[in-house]
Design a protein around this ligand. Structure first.
Ligand SMILES: Cc1cc2nc3c(=O)[nH]c(=O)nc-3n(C[C@H](O)[C@H](O)[C@H](O)COP(=O)(O)OP(=O)(O)OC[C@H]3O[C@@H](n4cnc5c(N)ncnc54)[C@H](O)[C@@H]3O)c2cc1C
Length: 294
Protein backbone atom coordinates (compact mmCIF):
# COMPACT_ATOMS: atom_id res chain seq x y z
CA UNK A 1 0.00 0.00 0.00
CA UNK A 2 2.82 2.43 0.95
CA UNK A 3 4.55 1.64 -2.32
CA UNK A 4 1.32 2.24 -4.24
CA UNK A 5 0.98 5.69 -2.66
CA UNK A 6 4.66 6.67 -3.02
CA UNK A 7 4.96 9.84 -5.16
CA UNK A 8 7.07 8.06 -7.79
CA UNK A 9 4.79 5.03 -8.12
CA UNK A 10 2.99 4.28 -11.38
CA UNK A 11 -0.32 4.71 -9.51
CA UNK A 12 0.56 8.25 -8.43
CA UNK A 13 1.94 9.22 -11.83
CA UNK A 14 -1.06 7.93 -13.76
CA UNK A 15 -3.90 8.80 -11.43
CA UNK A 16 -3.24 12.38 -10.41
CA UNK A 17 -6.12 13.44 -12.66
CA UNK A 18 -8.47 11.75 -10.14
CA UNK A 19 -7.21 13.92 -7.28
CA UNK A 20 -7.12 17.09 -9.36
CA UNK A 21 -10.48 18.35 -8.16
CA UNK A 22 -9.11 18.54 -4.61
CA UNK A 23 -5.38 19.06 -5.24
CA UNK A 24 -4.88 21.69 -7.95
CA UNK A 25 -1.29 20.76 -8.74
CA UNK A 26 1.94 19.08 -7.79
CA UNK A 27 4.13 22.21 -8.10
CA UNK A 28 4.34 25.50 -6.23
CA UNK A 29 3.73 27.36 -9.51
CA UNK A 30 0.38 25.63 -10.02
CA UNK A 31 -0.57 26.34 -6.40
CA UNK A 32 0.27 30.05 -6.77
CA UNK A 33 -1.82 30.26 -9.96
CA UNK A 34 -4.74 28.67 -8.09
CA UNK A 35 -4.40 31.17 -5.26
CA UNK A 36 -4.28 34.02 -7.78
CA UNK A 37 -7.61 32.87 -9.24
CA UNK A 38 -9.14 32.53 -5.75
CA UNK A 39 -7.94 36.03 -4.84
CA UNK A 40 -9.54 37.37 -8.03
CA UNK A 41 -12.82 35.79 -6.84
CA UNK A 42 -12.57 37.62 -3.51
CA UNK A 43 -11.14 34.74 -1.46
CA UNK A 44 -7.90 34.28 0.47
CA UNK A 45 -6.03 30.98 0.80
CA UNK A 46 -3.95 28.78 3.03
CA UNK A 47 -1.39 26.68 1.17
CA UNK A 48 -0.53 23.22 2.41
CA UNK A 49 2.47 21.30 1.16
CA UNK A 50 1.17 17.73 1.26
CA UNK A 51 2.89 15.13 3.41
CA UNK A 52 2.53 13.68 6.91
CA UNK A 53 3.84 11.01 9.28
CA UNK A 54 7.49 11.63 8.42
CA UNK A 55 9.88 9.30 10.29
CA UNK A 56 13.24 10.54 8.99
CA UNK A 57 14.88 13.83 9.94
CA UNK A 58 16.04 14.41 6.39
CA UNK A 59 12.48 14.22 5.05
CA UNK A 60 11.22 16.68 7.68
CA UNK A 61 13.98 19.17 6.84
CA UNK A 62 13.14 18.80 3.14
CA UNK A 63 9.49 19.63 3.88
CA UNK A 64 10.48 22.57 6.09
CA UNK A 65 12.64 23.94 3.26
CA UNK A 66 9.79 23.44 0.80
CA UNK A 67 7.67 25.66 3.10
CA UNK A 68 10.36 28.33 3.06
CA UNK A 69 10.43 28.27 -0.75
CA UNK A 70 6.63 28.39 -0.76
CA UNK A 71 6.67 31.47 1.50
CA UNK A 72 9.24 33.08 -0.84
CA UNK A 73 6.90 32.40 -3.79
CA UNK A 74 3.84 33.78 -1.96
CA UNK A 75 5.85 36.92 -1.17
CA UNK A 76 7.31 37.33 -4.66
CA UNK A 77 4.01 36.72 -6.48
CA UNK A 78 2.04 39.09 -4.23
CA UNK A 79 -0.84 36.63 -3.74
CA UNK A 80 -2.90 36.77 -0.54
CA UNK A 81 -2.22 33.48 1.24
CA UNK A 82 -0.83 32.08 4.45
CA UNK A 83 0.27 28.49 5.04
CA UNK A 84 -0.99 25.40 6.90
CA UNK A 85 1.47 22.88 8.32
CA UNK A 86 1.17 19.32 9.66
CA UNK A 87 3.51 18.76 12.57
CA UNK A 88 4.03 15.08 11.73
CA UNK A 89 5.57 16.37 8.49
CA UNK A 90 7.87 18.56 10.64
CA UNK A 91 9.19 15.55 12.55
CA UNK A 92 6.77 15.42 15.51
CA UNK A 93 6.91 11.61 15.54
CA UNK A 94 10.73 11.73 15.67
CA UNK A 95 11.38 14.35 18.35
CA UNK A 96 9.24 17.19 19.73
CA UNK A 97 12.15 19.66 20.08
CA UNK A 98 13.06 19.04 16.44
CA UNK A 99 9.43 19.74 15.38
CA UNK A 100 9.41 22.99 17.41
CA UNK A 101 12.65 24.12 15.69
CA UNK A 102 11.27 23.33 12.23
CA UNK A 103 8.00 25.11 12.97
CA UNK A 104 9.79 28.20 14.32
CA UNK A 105 12.00 28.25 11.22
CA UNK A 106 8.85 28.47 9.06
CA UNK A 107 7.23 31.05 11.36
CA UNK A 108 10.32 33.26 11.19
CA UNK A 109 10.26 33.26 7.37
CA UNK A 110 6.50 33.74 7.35
CA UNK A 111 6.73 36.77 9.67
CA UNK A 112 8.17 38.77 6.73
CA UNK A 113 5.12 38.12 4.52
CA UNK A 114 2.04 40.28 4.05
CA UNK A 115 0.05 37.55 5.81
CA UNK A 116 2.52 36.19 8.39
CA UNK A 117 0.17 33.61 9.89
CA UNK A 118 1.05 29.90 10.12
CA UNK A 119 -1.75 27.43 10.87
CA UNK A 120 -0.94 24.09 12.49
CA UNK A 121 -3.39 21.48 11.15
CA UNK A 122 -4.75 19.00 13.70
CA UNK A 123 -4.09 15.32 12.99
CA UNK A 124 -5.20 12.05 14.64
CA UNK A 125 -5.92 11.87 18.39
CA UNK A 126 -2.59 10.12 19.05
CA UNK A 127 -0.76 13.40 18.39
CA UNK A 128 -3.21 15.99 19.76
CA UNK A 129 -1.36 16.48 23.07
CA UNK A 130 2.03 16.71 21.37
CA UNK A 131 0.61 19.11 18.75
CA UNK A 132 -0.75 21.40 21.46
CA UNK A 133 2.54 21.30 23.38
CA UNK A 134 4.51 22.25 20.26
CA UNK A 135 1.96 24.96 19.41
CA UNK A 136 2.19 26.52 22.89
CA UNK A 137 5.99 26.48 22.87
CA UNK A 138 6.10 28.17 19.46
CA UNK A 139 3.35 30.66 20.40
CA UNK A 140 5.29 31.65 23.52
CA UNK A 141 8.13 32.76 21.22
CA UNK A 142 6.18 34.27 18.33
CA UNK A 143 2.49 35.06 17.95
CA UNK A 144 2.00 34.33 14.23
CA UNK A 145 0.76 30.80 14.79
CA UNK A 146 -2.61 29.19 15.47
CA UNK A 147 -4.08 25.76 15.87
CA UNK A 148 -7.08 23.65 14.78
CA UNK A 149 -9.72 21.98 16.95
CA UNK A 150 -12.01 19.10 16.01
CA UNK A 151 -15.60 19.12 17.29
CA UNK A 152 -15.80 15.30 17.20
CA UNK A 153 -13.35 15.02 20.12
CA UNK A 154 -14.93 15.11 23.57
CA UNK A 155 -11.90 16.92 25.02
CA UNK A 156 -12.13 19.89 22.67
CA UNK A 157 -14.24 22.24 24.84
CA UNK A 158 -11.46 22.32 27.46
CA UNK A 159 -8.76 22.79 24.80
CA UNK A 160 -10.69 25.66 23.22
CA UNK A 161 -10.98 27.43 26.59
CA UNK A 162 -7.22 27.18 27.08
CA UNK A 163 -6.44 28.66 23.66
CA UNK A 164 -9.06 31.42 24.03
CA UNK A 165 -7.25 32.39 27.25
CA UNK A 166 -3.96 32.53 25.30
CA UNK A 167 -5.56 34.80 22.70
CA UNK A 168 -4.45 32.59 19.81
CA UNK A 169 -6.33 31.99 16.58
CA UNK A 170 -8.33 28.77 16.17
CA UNK A 171 -9.71 26.97 13.13
CA UNK A 172 -12.73 24.88 14.05
CA UNK A 173 -13.60 21.76 12.04
CA UNK A 174 -15.50 18.51 12.63
CA UNK A 175 -12.40 16.31 12.31
CA UNK A 176 -11.26 14.01 9.53
CA UNK A 177 -9.79 10.94 11.27
CA UNK A 178 -11.47 7.74 12.42
CA UNK A 179 -11.50 8.09 16.22
CA UNK A 180 -12.81 5.57 18.80
CA UNK A 181 -16.12 6.18 20.65
CA UNK A 182 -14.32 6.37 24.02
CA UNK A 183 -12.92 9.78 23.05
CA UNK A 184 -15.01 10.97 20.13
CA UNK A 185 -18.64 11.75 19.33
CA UNK A 186 -19.59 9.38 16.53
CA UNK A 187 -23.06 10.64 15.60
CA UNK A 188 -23.37 13.61 13.28
CA UNK A 189 -26.03 15.44 15.39
CA UNK A 190 -23.67 15.34 18.41
CA UNK A 191 -20.69 16.47 16.34
CA UNK A 192 -22.77 19.34 14.92
CA UNK A 193 -24.11 20.32 18.34
CA UNK A 194 -20.60 20.43 19.78
CA UNK A 195 -19.39 22.37 16.72
CA UNK A 196 -21.97 25.07 17.34
CA UNK A 197 -21.27 25.20 21.07
CA UNK A 198 -17.55 25.72 20.33
CA UNK A 199 -18.23 28.15 17.49
CA UNK A 200 -20.33 30.29 19.84
CA UNK A 201 -17.48 30.48 22.38
CA UNK A 202 -14.92 31.27 19.69
CA UNK A 203 -17.06 33.93 18.05
CA UNK A 204 -17.94 35.60 21.34
CA UNK A 205 -14.53 35.43 23.05
CA UNK A 206 -11.97 34.11 20.60
CA UNK A 207 -9.48 35.76 18.25
CA UNK A 208 -10.59 35.79 14.60
CA UNK A 209 -11.85 32.17 14.43
CA UNK A 210 -11.77 30.18 11.21
CA UNK A 211 -15.11 28.42 10.72
CA UNK A 212 -14.07 25.44 8.58
CA UNK A 213 -17.00 23.47 7.21
CA UNK A 214 -18.98 22.81 4.04
CA UNK A 215 -22.05 21.94 6.07
CA UNK A 216 -24.82 24.32 5.09
CA UNK A 217 -26.68 23.82 8.40
CA UNK A 218 -23.61 24.82 10.38
CA UNK A 219 -22.86 27.76 8.11
CA UNK A 220 -26.39 29.15 8.52
CA UNK A 221 -26.31 28.61 12.30
CA UNK A 222 -22.92 30.36 12.58
CA UNK A 223 -24.30 33.36 10.68
CA UNK A 224 -27.11 33.59 13.24
CA UNK A 225 -24.71 33.27 16.20
CA UNK A 226 -22.49 36.01 14.74
CA UNK A 227 -25.51 38.30 14.45
CA UNK A 228 -26.82 37.62 17.96
CA UNK A 229 -23.33 37.99 19.48
CA UNK A 230 -22.77 41.18 17.46
CA UNK A 231 -19.68 39.81 15.73
CA UNK A 232 -19.17 41.66 12.46
CA UNK A 233 -18.15 39.70 9.34
CA UNK A 234 -14.56 41.02 9.49
CA UNK A 235 -13.97 39.35 12.89
CA UNK A 236 -14.08 35.76 11.64
CA UNK A 237 -13.73 33.86 8.39
CA UNK A 238 -15.33 30.85 6.79
CA UNK A 239 -12.88 28.28 5.47
CA UNK A 240 -13.42 25.53 2.91
CA UNK A 241 -11.30 23.00 1.08
CA UNK A 242 -10.27 23.59 -2.50
CA UNK A 243 -12.75 21.87 -4.81
CA UNK A 244 -15.49 21.34 -2.20
CA UNK A 245 -18.78 23.14 -2.81
CA UNK A 246 -17.37 26.04 -4.87
CA UNK A 247 -20.83 27.55 -5.38
CA UNK A 248 -21.27 27.85 -1.58
CA UNK A 249 -17.84 29.50 -1.41
CA UNK A 250 -18.90 32.07 -4.01
CA UNK A 251 -22.31 32.65 -2.37
CA UNK A 252 -20.73 33.46 0.99
CA UNK A 253 -18.33 35.94 -0.61
CA UNK A 254 -21.27 37.58 -2.41
CA UNK A 255 -23.04 37.90 0.96
CA UNK A 256 -20.05 39.83 2.33
CA UNK A 257 -18.39 37.07 4.38
CA UNK A 258 -14.68 36.35 4.39
CA UNK A 259 -13.72 33.04 2.79
CA UNK A 260 -10.34 31.31 2.97
CA UNK A 261 -9.68 28.26 0.79
CA UNK A 262 -7.34 25.52 1.95
CA UNK A 263 -5.20 24.65 -1.07
CA UNK A 264 -3.11 21.48 -0.77
CA UNK A 265 -0.43 20.79 -3.35
CA UNK A 266 2.52 18.50 -3.97
CA UNK A 267 3.15 14.92 -4.93
CA UNK A 268 2.08 13.33 -1.60
CA UNK A 269 -1.62 13.75 -2.38
CA UNK A 270 -2.81 10.16 -1.84
CA UNK A 271 -3.54 10.32 1.93
CA UNK A 272 -5.36 13.64 1.63
CA UNK A 273 -7.37 12.48 -1.38
CA UNK A 274 -8.25 9.21 0.39
CA UNK A 275 -9.68 11.15 3.40
CA UNK A 276 -11.83 13.31 1.10
CA UNK A 277 -13.20 10.26 -0.72
CA UNK A 278 -13.96 8.38 2.52
CA UNK A 279 -15.69 11.47 3.88
CA UNK A 280 -18.31 11.89 1.21
CA UNK A 281 -19.77 9.82 -1.58
CA UNK A 282 -20.10 13.05 -3.61
CA UNK A 283 -16.33 13.50 -3.48
CA UNK A 284 -15.76 10.08 -5.04
CA UNK A 285 -18.31 10.94 -7.71
CA UNK A 286 -16.60 14.28 -8.41
CA UNK A 287 -13.30 12.48 -8.82
CA UNK A 288 -14.81 9.91 -11.15
CA UNK A 289 -16.61 12.54 -13.21
CA UNK A 290 -13.22 14.16 -13.87
CA UNK A 291 -12.30 10.99 -15.78
CA UNK A 292 -14.87 11.95 -18.37
CA UNK A 293 -14.10 15.66 -18.52
CA UNK A 294 -10.36 15.42 -19.13
C1 LIG B 1 -10.46 24.63 5.64
C2 LIG B 1 -10.52 23.29 6.27
C3 LIG B 1 -9.46 22.84 7.03
C4 LIG B 1 -9.52 21.60 7.66
N1 LIG B 1 -8.50 21.22 8.50
C5 LIG B 1 -8.62 20.07 9.19
C6 LIG B 1 -7.65 19.71 10.17
O1 LIG B 1 -6.68 20.41 10.43
N2 LIG B 1 -7.84 18.53 10.83
C7 LIG B 1 -8.92 17.71 10.59
O2 LIG B 1 -9.06 16.68 11.25
N3 LIG B 1 -9.84 18.03 9.66
C8 LIG B 1 -9.71 19.19 8.95
N4 LIG B 1 -10.67 19.51 8.03
C9 LIG B 1 -11.67 18.49 7.62
C10 LIG B 1 -12.88 18.52 8.49
O3 LIG B 1 -12.56 18.08 9.78
C11 LIG B 1 -14.00 17.63 7.91
O4 LIG B 1 -13.51 16.33 7.81
C12 LIG B 1 -14.51 18.07 6.57
O5 LIG B 1 -14.56 19.46 6.45
C13 LIG B 1 -15.94 17.51 6.33
O6 LIG B 1 -16.85 18.05 7.26
P1 LIG B 1 -17.86 19.23 6.84
O7 LIG B 1 -18.31 19.88 8.09
O8 LIG B 1 -17.17 20.13 5.90
O9 LIG B 1 -19.03 18.60 6.07
P2 LIG B 1 -19.60 17.10 5.97
O10 LIG B 1 -19.91 16.59 7.34
O11 LIG B 1 -18.69 16.28 5.12
O12 LIG B 1 -20.92 17.37 5.21
C14 LIG B 1 -22.02 18.08 5.75
C15 LIG B 1 -22.96 18.46 4.63
O13 LIG B 1 -22.28 19.33 3.74
C16 LIG B 1 -22.54 19.03 2.41
N5 LIG B 1 -21.28 18.74 1.70
C17 LIG B 1 -20.06 18.65 2.27
N6 LIG B 1 -19.10 18.44 1.36
C18 LIG B 1 -19.71 18.39 0.18
C19 LIG B 1 -19.23 18.20 -1.15
N7 LIG B 1 -17.95 18.03 -1.43
N8 LIG B 1 -20.15 18.20 -2.12
C20 LIG B 1 -21.44 18.38 -1.86
N9 LIG B 1 -21.95 18.57 -0.64
C21 LIG B 1 -21.10 18.57 0.38
C22 LIG B 1 -23.54 17.92 2.40
O14 LIG B 1 -24.81 18.49 2.29
C23 LIG B 1 -23.39 17.30 3.77
O15 LIG B 1 -24.58 16.73 4.23
C24 LIG B 1 -10.65 20.77 7.45
C25 LIG B 1 -11.73 21.22 6.69
C26 LIG B 1 -11.69 22.47 6.13
C27 LIG B 1 -12.88 22.94 5.37
Amino acid sequence: MDRLFAPDSAFQKNFFFLAKRFVPGETIESAIETVRALNAAGMTASLDFLGEDVLEREAAVKTRDAYVRMLDSIDASGVDSNVSVKLTAMGLLIDEDFAVDNLLHIMQRSAKNRDPFVRIDMEGSGVVDATLRVFERAYAQQRNVGVVFQSYLQRTAADVERVIALGARVRLCKGAYNEPPEIAYKKMPEIRENYLRLARELLARGNYPGIATHDRRLIEAVKVIAKTENVSSDRFEFQMLYGCRPHVQRDLVAQGYRMRIYVPFGTHWAGYFYRRVLERRENALFALSSMFSR
